[in-house]
Design a protein around this ligand. Structure first.
Ligand code: BDR
Ligand code: CA
Length: 313
């Protein structure tokens, strides 16, 4: 089997970090061509640094690119309350030695897509600014994208406003560009990621591994979990971004439905809302896969295997 070529666009971020662990543990299944970073959970200067530090922790040599430092139209909103001042509070990683790539993330995305003889999947774990700019700059890249699998949106309740999920609220205009680009789209909304709660029982296997990677996973979850448990009353932190990677590795862990999706960009009250026509009342052709449910135990087994595998090398 040929490994699926992917680019991961992210804003690490505790759950982004764990998503990177999951993605890079299985090179036989996912060929990570590059990691592009964007401003989101913390400013770009930190997300690009964090991505490099995480690659070094995993001893993987994947090029990291810095992308857009702010959303298309709105001022940048960050989430230090959730992820801490560094974006990776709860662990301490040494200053990365691995250089940041000189090329801009948007140009890397465009060049990689246009040059590849195979279609490439984009896994997006943060605000969609880089992807939107790439689509605007060279619309022809659409034909080279296998699929965009994004963490974003809320079918029911948001987490940054009652209407909106953080990634789409930070850059709703970029999300609109992506949702209307005509590219195959799979959406991991809060409604599915909130099913993937890291309860102490589900982390049992990872705790037993006892390696720098398992310690980092637990350290991140400790910090990020405290916020999520206090704020939302969850029995542990939800692993939003790793759901995207789990879908790419093992789609059978999820059930999905097809629906038309639009993003609210004008009303301040509902800014960034994912309007999902699950009942087909608009007659607009369904163009997105919406993840509905996740096999949570299967997901944690996969994550535990990933951490164990990374810990061997
Ligand atoms: C999303 O927002 C960020 O804080 C997380 O990394 C995740 O991508 C969840 O709303
Ligand atoms: Ca993220």
């Amino acid at each position: 089997m040929v490994a699926k070529p992917i680019v991961i666009d992210c804003d690490p971020g505790a759950d982004d970090a764990i998503a990177l662990f999951l993605a890079l543990a299985f090179p036989e299944h996912l060929n990570v061509l590059g990691i592009t970073t964007v401003a989101g959970n913390v400013p770009l200067s930190l997300t690009q640094k964090n991505a490099r530090a995480l690659c070094e922790l995993m001893s993987v040599d994947v090029p990291v690119y810095a992308g857009c430092p702010r959303p298309l139209l709105r001022p940048l909103l960050t989430a230090e309350d959730v992820h801490g001042k560094t974006g990776l509070d709860g662990i301490h990683l040494p200053e990365p030695q691995m250089p940041l790539q000189e090329q801009h993330a948007v140009d890397f995305l465009i060049e990689t897509l246009l040059r590849s003889t195979h279609k490439i999947t984009l896994a997006t774990l943060g605000p969609l600014t880089n992807i939107a700019i790439a689509l605007i700059k060279v619309p022809a890249i659409c034909q080279h994208i296998q699929e965009i699998v994004m963490m974003g949106g809320a079918l029911t309740q948001g987490n940054i406003t009652p209407s909106a999920e953080f990634n789409l609220y930070v850059d709703p205009h970029a999300a609109h560009v992506v949702a209307t680009a005509g590219v195959p789209l799979t959406i991991m909304s809060l409604d599915v990621t909130h099913q993937a709660i890291a309860t102490p029982e589900r982390l049992h296997g990872i705790r037993a591994i006892n390696s720098p990677i398992s310690a980092a996973t637990l350290g991140l979850l400790n910090h990020y979990g405290a916020y999520e448990m206090q704020r939302h009353g969850f029995p542990g932190p939800p692993l939003h971004d790793p759901c995207v990677i789990a879908y790419l590795l093992q789609p059978a862990l999820f059930t999905t439905s097809r629906a038309y999706v639009a993003i609210e960009t004008t009303s301040e009250l509902t800014m960034g809302r994912t309007v999902v026509d699950r009942n087909h009342v608009t007659n607009a052709p369904p163009h997105a896969n919406i993840a509905e449910t996740i096999d949570v135990e299967g997901f944690y087994q996969l994550l535990t295997r990933a951490i164990a595998k990374l810990s061997e090398s």
